[in-house]
Every structure is written in C-alpha cells, then in structure tokens.
Write a protein that binds this ligand. Structure first.
Ligand SMILES: *Cc1c(COP(=O)(O)O)cnc(C)c1O
Length: 409
C-alpha cells in the first residue's frame, strides 16, 4: 500500500483567487452589461521589450541549425547569463559574487518553494504576516510547519506587518532557525530600510538563523537609499540566500527565468555542530532534480542587461509605476489611507471605518465594477486591507480610478 504524504492533507485549500473568480462571475451573471476591471491578479500585462524579443528570435534560429543547436545546458545556468548577473545586478552595488554562487532557475517560485529541502524537517520557521503563500505551504508539505490551528501553523512564528508598526516586522525575542523576508513586499508594496535590514542580518548572525530573502520586486525600487539586495548588508553572505526573478522585472511570467544566490560562505550546522556549506548542497540538489532553464529563456534574460534592454525594461517599470502613482494620488485625495506603491507595483489600502477585507471587495465590485484582492487572503494581519496592483493597462487603471471617485463621492 502506497501511503500518502499526509502533510498535504493538513493544507487548507487556497481558494483565494478561485473565491474571487466565483464572486466576480456571480456579479457578471447578474450584471451582464457591466464592464469589470481587475486590479487584482499579480500578473504583468505589457509585452516583452524589443531587445528580449530579438534575442529570443536569434536563439530560436540557433536551435534550428546543427552547428548552433543546444541540448541540455548546465544545471546552474549558462555562464554568459551568470556573468551578466554578477556584473550588472551586484557589482555596481559593491557586491562581489562569483558566477558559481548564482543558480539560474525557471522563476523564483520553484526555488523559494524548494530551498527548504536544504534544512532539517524540524527547524522552526518565521514569516512576516501578510505573506506570499509559497513560503509557508512549501514547509507545511514536508511537515515542518506543524499543525494548523485557527488559521496559524504551530511551528511557524508570524510577525505581523501592519500600519501600527509601519509594516516593519519586529525582530523576534527568541531564536528561529529559518526566516523568510520579501522586500519590496508582496502583498503590502512596502520596503525595508538598510538600518532595519541590518537588524535582521545581525539577528541571524547572533542566532545562527538562515534568511531566505525574496527580492522579486527589487527592480521597482525608486528611492536610492533602499537596498536592492540583502548582500548590501555586511555579514549577509554568511546567513542569507537571495531569490531574483525576471517575471516582474521584465515581464517574464510566461517566459520563465530567474536566479538564486547561494554564497560560498553560507553554512548551516549538523546536530554535532559541524558547519556545512550550503552552496555545494544546493548545487547537488539542482543537478539531481533540475535540468536547467531553456537556452532561449536564458538568452532572453541576458538581453535585459544590454544598454537597449536596460532602457526598455526601465520604461515598462516606469509605466507600471505611473499607474501606481496615479492610483495612490487618487485614493489619497479621497481620504483613503494607502501604503506601498512608491517602490513596488502594489498598493496596500486600508479599508474605511475598519470594514472587513471581503466586504470592501464586494462593495467595490458591485458599486465601481473594480476587482481587488482582499488582504486577509494573504494572512490574518491582512484583515482590514485590500491589495491593488499597478500591473494593469494604464487606460483601465485610469478608468478604474474614475469609477472609484464616483463611487466614494
Ligand atoms: C511573482 C513573485 C515571485 C516570482 O515568481 P516567478 O516564479 O519568478 O514567476 C516570487 N516571489 C514573489 C513574492 C512574487 O510575488
């Protein structure tokens, strides 16, 4: 008899986006002529930039000729891309990485979910709340999260991020083995300062904690003082893995490419206290379970680092950030409290008069025909907030704001 991994059975069904779709469909059935605008889903809308398209066409042609055809590539990713990453994403910030510390992946979701394989099943886990669900669920699937009681896992420390603490999680007063941080944050759109991030690195150094740092939205940072990488903080290489993605940076949600940094200095302990380097372990894991990202996707990613690619990617990010600015200004002028949206493509909006997330979602749907994401869907501390994304078409975004003005006035 094959026995199922019963940890999967403890997972709550994540119905968030299915629930939203159901409610939107019910509305559409009763209002067949309403034109509904979605500012809900975290996917990009603007096409790939010309430099990327050109690189992809070229790579496709290479695949069609025997002399330039490529089969399996290196599991770690092609050196041309890893060198471009080291040179463009880190060197200008004073961070010296070796290409062997970079692991190209098929998007950050896989690695943020898989990285926990490197540590024992009985480590404790800390997360900010609200949160990107992959971190907790991937730990729950192998039993590390414990059991779920009243919406919280018994072996997970939840660190609330709310208006009351300015969305800055408090450093835990006890030691935790693994901490997940995501900045700029999805869902709140807020960022972390160098001082605050330094506190986390120092906490990790003191407590022998491993930090998994998700930098998927780093390209959206506008403020020059906000760190783009945890390795801007001294000592971070000893304690942190960092995840990057081209999905939001360059519209690669359908192309699939990103990378993970596992520094050579990063170690974890055995039960007898020996230090083990995690870079060779992750390399071993990748060589066993991953056969590399497609050559075409990696050439596409490389093109982002050309002068034209950089400029074009910047323009698309600016396009989304203009949406964010317009949304922020409109909502603020209506007396609504808005967080995020300045260094991230998400706005975290406080519902008026302490209204519940779902209630506000429904009112906005029925009265303005605009879809948002209820904050409580990202964790208990998200109650009383909704998330709006700036990833829409700018015309849709402007129309949505006109409707919200009419609705709230
Ligand atoms: C979108 C997103 C990612 C990246 O996902 P991909 O698999 O690279 O498309 C990673 N982390 C967070 C928090 C995200 O929102």
């Amino acid at each position: 008899m094959a026995l199922v991994n019963e940890h999967f059975l403890k997972l709550p069904n994540n119905y968030l986006f299915a629930d939203i779709a159901k409610k939107v469909n019910a509305f559409k059935v009763s209002h067949p002529h309403a034109d509904v605008i979605s500012l809900g889903i975290g996917d990009v809308t603007q096409p790939l930039c010309p430099a990327v398209i050109e690189a992809m066409h070229k790579a496709v042609d290479e695949m069609g000729t025997e002399a330039t055809f490529r089969g399996y590539g290196p599991e770690q990713g092609y050196l041309f891309l890893r060198e471009a990453i080291v040179k463009n994403d880190f060197l200008p910030r004073g961070i010296h990485l070796d290409p062997s510390e970079i692991f190209v992946n098929d998007g950050a979701k896989s690695d943020t979910g898989n990285i926990q394989e490197l540590v024992r099943w009985d480590n404790s886990v800390g997360v900010t709340d609200p949160i990107y669900p992959v971190y907790i669920d991937s730990n729950a699937m192998i039993g590390r999260a414990g059991t779920l009681n009243d919406g919280k896992w018994s072996n997970v420390l939840y660190m609330p991020c709310t208006a009351e603490n300015n969305f800055t999680p408090q450093i835990p007063d006890r030691r935790v083995d693994i901490i997940y941080l995501c900045y700029p944050n999805n869902p709140t759109g807020t960022v972390i300062s160098k001082e605050e991030l330094r506190k986390w690195v120092n906490y990790a150094l003191r407590n022998d904690t491993l930090i998994f740092y998700d930098a998927a939205y780093e390209a959206y940072i506008q403020d020059p003082d906000i760190p783009h990488s945890i390795y801007e903080i001294k000592g971070a290489r000893k304690v942190a893995v960092e995840f990057h993605s081209y999905s939001k940076t360059a519209g690669f949600t359908g192309v699939r490419c990103g990378y993970t940094v596992v520094p050579k200095e990063l170690t974890a302990a055995t039960l007898t206290g020996e230090r083990v380097a995690l870079n060779p372990l992750w390399n071993r894991r990748q060589c066993t379970k991953f056969n590399g990202t497609s050559y075409i996707s990696q050439r596409a990613a490389e093109a982002i680092y050309t002068p034209e690619g950089k400029e074009q990617v910047k323009q698309t990010i600016q396009y989304y950030m203009n949406n964010a600015k317009h949304m922020r200004e409109t909502l603020t002028s209506l007396g609504i409290t808005v967080y995020g949206g300045e260094n991230a493509p998400y706005l975290w909006v406080k519902t008026p008069d302490g209204m519940g997330s779902w209630k506000f979602f429904e009112q906005m749907l029925y009265e303005a025909h605009v879809v948002c994401t209820p904050g409580v869907g990202f964790g208990p501390s998200g109650e009383g907030y909704i998330r709006l994304t700036a990833f829409g078409d700018s015309k849709d975004c402007e129309e949505a704001m006109r409707r919200i003005i009419k609705w709230l006035k």
